[in-house]
Design a protein around this ligand. Sequence first.
Ligand code: MG
Length: 265
Amino acid sequence: MKSVVQLACLSVAFAAVINQSPSSADEYLNGIKWEPTPIITVGDNGVPSDAVVLFDGSDLSAWENADNWTVDEGAMVSGKGDARTKESFGDCQLHIEWSAPTPATGSGQGRGNSGIFLMNTYEIQVLDSYENETYFDGQAGAIYKQTPPQVNAMRPPGQWNVYDIIWTAPRFHEDGSLNSPAFITALHNGALILNHFELKGDTPFVRPPKYSQHADRLPIRLQDHGNPVRFRNIWIRETKPAQGEQVREPFLRDDKGEERPIESE
Ligand code: MG
């Protein structure tokens, strides 16, 4: 004959079997085996140790088609022809600082116009948009002809503006059709201007945007629009999600180390 205590224990155990809902003693485990997280350092100058420095104020060795561009007091100054990086990039984080010509001359699209073409194809506008009206989806921080920035955070000509850009490259199927579009998130002088904006394609002046199959990685291109825009402190990091493999179904583990599957609701 079992004691009252034994019966009580049995009933608790029985209740535990039939009641699969998580208790406060349970730990949820996702069943993913993660790769070790890469360790980087970020220097006093703000440049992460895994960044590719595209311009540090000294020379244009990371650029091609830049024979007419110059280096002046630590800045690279746009000249005739678009400059582009020798290296190619896909998904990335890009930091770039730029300054509109001073004194300001011209108006609208003719004042301090340049542009940063991600993957040589998709332009985020560089323009002197300080007290300079133009069409909204052509001002500084716009994805040209697709969307204005959320705010105009422009500093006056001669002062430095900072773009921090998070870029997700478009993906294409083997037959050339679009698999997934490009996305961009961007900050202008620390203020969010584009939040995971889905690009409709490329950014030409003369026709609607469209996607055309291209390589997984392409250069960054800086536009020559006839205005001597200055750039400095340009670096880029290739980005990728944390790497892991789902090695088993998600499960719960109680405080005795017992594991059990997660019941569907
Ligand atoms: Mg432009």
